[in-house]
Design a protein around this ligand. Structure first.
Ligand code: TTP
Length: 207
């Protein structure tokens, strides 16, 4: 008899996470946690893990038979955390801090299933071009960065701010695919129609 595949619940209101989970061919429903995302944690990696677990835990309590997946993205530059900017002026201030420097994006992903909790964190280093004040004002006024950690969206207009990415792109958008695929498959969820990693084709590509 085939193992039972749990119902998947995405504990996130983020349209990006919904889109990325859909790309994996996973059927799921969305249930958003009403939890306050407050924490005194100052280490960005630990904070991403803590907030992802917090979001997932409250939804898991409401859907104990489901597999609940939650995530949280934290941006840090030289150890300073940049959350979502409150307005265009704060967004411009964030961009001034990011301009010409490399910063870190951490996304914590938490999975709750069968009473067990598993949380992992992915890191990507993103480098911004040196931005002019005109560019900073233009981007801040676009409003794109307002609902995003760090005040920019690498998947949109924000790609013009970035000169280099070291690590997984999807992690910057808020849902690190490698981590998510591994966690889901580890719990028997079918990704791209398969419960387990399909055999990897090791044949050399034609020259
Ligand atoms: C840096 C960066 C962040 N983001 C987004 C990813 C996250 O959605 C958001 C960070 O906020 P989060 O608190 O991680 O997530 P959220 O509030 O959007 O959704 P929920 O708590 O319901 O899961 O910033 C981008 O979309 N692009 C980027 O380049």
């Amino acid at each position: 008899m085939a193992a039972q595949v749990p119902e998947v619940v995405l504990a996130s209101g983020s349209p990006r996470r919904r889109e990325l989970l859909t790309l994996l061919g996973v059927e799921f429903r969305v249930q958003v946690s009403g939890e306050d995302e407050d924490s005194a944690e100052t280490d960005p990696r630990a904070l991403a893990a803590e907030l992802a677990a917090l979001k997932g835990r409250s939804v898991a309590a409401l859907s104990p038979d489901a597999l609940v997946i939650a995530a949280d993205t934290v941006v840090a530059v030289d150890g300073v955390l940049l959350a979502k900017p409150a307005d265009a002026a704060e967004n411009a201030d964030f961009l001034r801090q990011l301009s010409g420097r490399t910063h870190q994006v951490f996304t914590g992903v938490s999975v709750f299933a069968g009473g067990q909790e598993q949380t992992e964190v992915a890191r990507t280093d993103v480098t911004f071009r040196a931005l002019s004040e005109t560019e900073i004002e233009y981007y801040a006024q676009s409003g794109e960065g307002l609902d995003k950690a760090g005040g920019y969206g690498v998947q949109g207009l924000g790609q013009a701010l970035v000169s280099r990415i070291d690590g997984e792109f999807s992690n910057v958008v808020g849902f690190p695919m490698s981590l998510v695929i591994g966690l889901l498959r580890g719990h028997g969820v079918h990704v791209w129609g398969a419960a387990h990693s399909p055999e990897v084709n090791t044949e050399a590509a034609p020259a």
